[in-house]
Write a protein that binds this ligand. Structure first.
Ligand code: UDX
Length: 456
């Protein structure tokens, strides 16, 4: 129930593993797209899997909650829990769905297991979802189980993550729910961790806080390497070789974005206040992220010398490469600051341009005109004094020399250290890379191309 990014990947993974999946989304457009085998999102491997499972009739879209609750024995709630007021998550979509499901369950026979897959702060399933569901459905424990099963899917690799989870975390309060969930996940080959519902909810927030903190930690250390004249990737490689630290999630960049980290950390902090427990780690991750975003703008400013009147191309608008999702993308504050500083900004993304344009025009962009939405990277770069690489889409990393030639000054601020020395050399680029000390010093826009240093 609820076919957003997470709902669809989860549903199709179950279908691929041989379960019969019924899917319901409140949005009729989403339902008809899905039925036609067209994915509502850009996500690697999703559309192929969708088509195959629609054809096999293992993935069936239904038009009512009544039909869903009559057909499915185990119902996963995959509703969004967006940022709400005062750092809390907004539970209204979930509450609405639960009420509707509860009403529908009154007219259904047999035991049902309802599983909260949406990200909800610790305590929500037991104190809000379960009582609401029991009240609206009129069902006791003999006819209704309520459990939680957080997801850990990362965008861009959702299909892989859903098909091959590293762990399955279930929050259950009775043996029957556990048996059912274990059966649903049979064949996934992942270890199953059984906790209480609030324990499972805590695993989700703990995971995201820890991961966000790891990214922020790398970002903080990258400030050191910039000042000390070393390279963050070299430092992190050595740091991460210690198995207690591990090499992953330590790639410094413009700061984390995405639909989860910022929202979850804020909600976690607010929940911590309610419970009277500390959330210093989440606080630190958020503070460093904010600081990093400001630092990125300073880095761009230092590369440009001055921004007023300069033409700046921002490449990559998604919150990371591999997705069309722009939620909390660092591209927003970067572009906003550039426009405020008087630059002419052109933006490009291979798949997220439309989403970015919609969000921008519907938000801060309403009062900040002047951003041009380019449909090709070459178009964005034509006549640019400076380019900013915000998301490292593979097509940018090729960087043909005609792109550099089309720029007024072939200067790039590489926020992901993604442009290889070979590509820089080939394209005659000067690169100022985040986290790398002594970057393209002296490479100021306006300096003639012929004199461009080939070293980064
Ligand atoms: C994340 C979690 O990984 C996933 O388990 C959870 O279910 C939802 O939130 P996602 O938001 O898709 O997934 O993105 P992720 O790949 O985790 O990246 C989040 C942000 O951190 C991105 O902006 C990314 O660019 C940034 N990041 C990530 C870094 O800057 N460096 C890294 O090393 C890793």
């Amino acid at each position: 129930m609820g076919v957003g990014y997470m709902g669809i990947a989860t549903a199709l993974a179950f279908a691929r593993r041989g379960r019969r999946v019924f899917a319901y989304d409140v949005n009729p457009r989403v339902r008809s797209r899905l039925r036609a085998g067209r994915s509502p999102y850009h996500e690697e491997g999703l559309e192929e899997l969708l088509r195959a499972e629609v054809r096999r009739r293992r993935f069936v879209v239904v038009d009512t909650v009544q039909e869903l609750s009559a057909s499915a024995q185990c119902i996963f709630l995959c509703l969004p829990t967006p940022a709400g007021r005062l750092g809390r998550i907004d539970l209204s979509p979930l509450r609405r769905a639960v009420r509707e499901l509860g009403g529908a369950l009154r007219r259904v026979h047999g035991y049902r297991l309802v599983v909260v897959k949406s990200t909800v702060v610790p305590g929500t399933t037991e104190s809000i979802v379960e009582p609401l569901l029991r009240r609206t459905s009129g069902r006791g424990v003999d006819l209704l189980g309520v459990a939680t099963n957080p997801e850990f899917l990362a965008e861009g690799r959702m299909v892989q993550d859903a098909l091959h989870p590293e762990r399955v975390v279930v929050g259950v309060s009775d043996a029957r729910s556990l048996r059912w969930l274990a059966a649903v996940y049979k064949g996934f080959g992942a270890p199953l961790f059984q906790l209480s519902p609030s324990g499972a909810e805590l695993v989700k927030y703990g995971s995201n806080s820890f991961l966000a903190l790891k990214v922020s930690f790398a970002n903080e250390i990258s400030r050191w390497t910039e000042v000390l004249g070393s390279n963050i990737d070299d430092v992190v490689r050595a740091l991460g070789a210690d198995p207690r630290i591990g090499p992953t999630f330590l790639r410094a960049g413009p700061g984390f974005g995405g639909s989860c980290f910022e929202k979850d950390l804020r909600a976690f902090r607010t929940r911590a206040e309610e419970l009277g427990v500390p959330a210093c780690a989440a606080d630190a991750a958020l503070a460093i992220n904010q600081e990093q975003t400001e630092h990125v703008s300073e880095l761009i400013q230092s590369a440009a010398g001055r921004l007023k009147g300069r033409t700046v191309a921002v490449l990559g608008l998604a919150f990371k490469a591999g997705t069309d999702d722009v939620r909390e993308s660092r591209a927003f504050p970067i572009v906003e600051r550039l426009v405020r500083d008087g630059a002419r900004v052109r933006v490009h993304d291979p798949v997220a341009l439309r989403n970015f344009r919609r969000e921008w025009n519907g938000g801060v962009g309403r009062s900040l005109p002047g951003v041009r939405f380019a449909t090709s990277a070459a178009g964005a770069l034509r006549g640019a004094d400076l380019a900013v690489l915000q998301a490292d889409w593979p097509q940018y990393l090729e960087w043909p020399s005609r792109w550099s030639q089309a720029m007024r000054t072939p200067l790039v601020v590489d926020l992901r250290r993604a442009l290889s020395p070979a590509a820089q050399e080939r394209a005659g680029l000067r690169v100022l890379a985040l986290g790398v000390g002594g970057g393209a010093r002296g490479a100021r826009p306006g300096s003639p191309r012929a004199s461009s240093s080939r070293r980064s």
